[in-house]
Design a protein around this ligand. Structure first.
Ligand code: BGC
Length: 255
């Protein structure tokens, strides 16, 4: 690392861990080892913000005053969290951008976790240079989705909450459902088949990109799916949230 070079910071708030790293935007990769701290049991805004501050502190030297982006596993409009399916209800209507910027003493960009992964796949990953409609779906505690249309991201699509067969789709098809119910890859793939065939019939995407931690094991379930749309693992696997948050924060700072 050249003397004096600083890197933007990306921090990804998840149901089980809060992860952060400085990001080398030219490479679309971490500029230093990632730090992961378990999400506090009571994941209230106050408790989580302290963890975010701790991670920011650990990278103070490499990130300096560079832009900082933080992802939230819920709808975010203008920095305010608008849904809280898998996080403490205290986040509802919480102005995360204002609170984080005040605590950290620098402007912080706040965005939905799947949207951040979408930014990363668009700029550096599987959706780069793809024309038409790309659906990025992150499979984790919930299902996060992103729609990219000719390179433009439509934020907060929330297609994980489509009602399919009378239930909220993510409760059956998220990676957490596989773990919770101890499903075989085959049985879980059947649920993904139902989910993705429904979504492809609504949006007719040109490509589906699958992210989230489980995308590291894509070979176990993607080949079991029969869809008309090509479906590929996210190139950044589970790092897209951090990389995309740092990229989005930098793009916003330049505007
Ligand atoms: C939330 C989304 C989020 C996804 C993945 C869903 O339950 O509603 O906002 O992107 O989980 O964390």
């Amino acid at each position: 690392m050249a003397q004096g070079t600083t890197f933007p910071l990306g921090i990804d708030i998840g149901g089980s861990g809060i992860k952060g790293a400085p990001v080398d935007l030219a490479a679309g990769a971490f500029a230093d080892d990632r730090v992961r701290i378990p999400t506090p049991e009571h994941s209230t805004p106050e408790a989580v913000i302290e963890v975010v501050a701790e991670i920011a502190d650990r990278f103070r030297k490499v990130s300096g005053d560079s832009p900082m982006g933080v992802t939230i596993p819920g709808v975010v409009t203008h920095g305010v969290v608008r849904s809280a399916a898998n996080i403490d209800q205290g986040w509802l209507d919480f102005d995360a951008r204002a609170a984080l910027s005040a605590r950290l003493g620098r402007p912080v960009t706040v965005l939905n976790d799947a949207d951040a992964a979408g930014v990363a796949e668009l700029r550096y990953g599987a959706a780069r240079d793809v024309q038409g409609t790309v659906l990025v779906a992150t499979l984790g505690t919930g299902i996060g989705t992103v729609l990219l249309v000719d390179g433009t991201l439509v934020p907060n699509t929330e297609l994980g909450h489509l009602e399919i067969d009378g239930v909220d789709a993510e409760t059956r098809a998220a990676a957490a459902a596989r773990e919770r119910e101890e499903l075989s890859w085959q049985d879980w793939a059947q649920r993904l088949q139902r989910y993705f065939s429904h979504v492809e019939n609504l949006f007719w995407p040109d490509l589906i990109v699958v992210g989230g931690g489980v995308s590291k094991k894509a070979e176990k379930f993607l080949p079991l799916l029969q869809l008309r749309t090509p479906i590929v693992p996210a190139k950044l696997r589970n790092d897209g949230g951090i990389v995309g948050a740092a990229r989005q924060a930098t793009d916003e700072a330049r505007r």
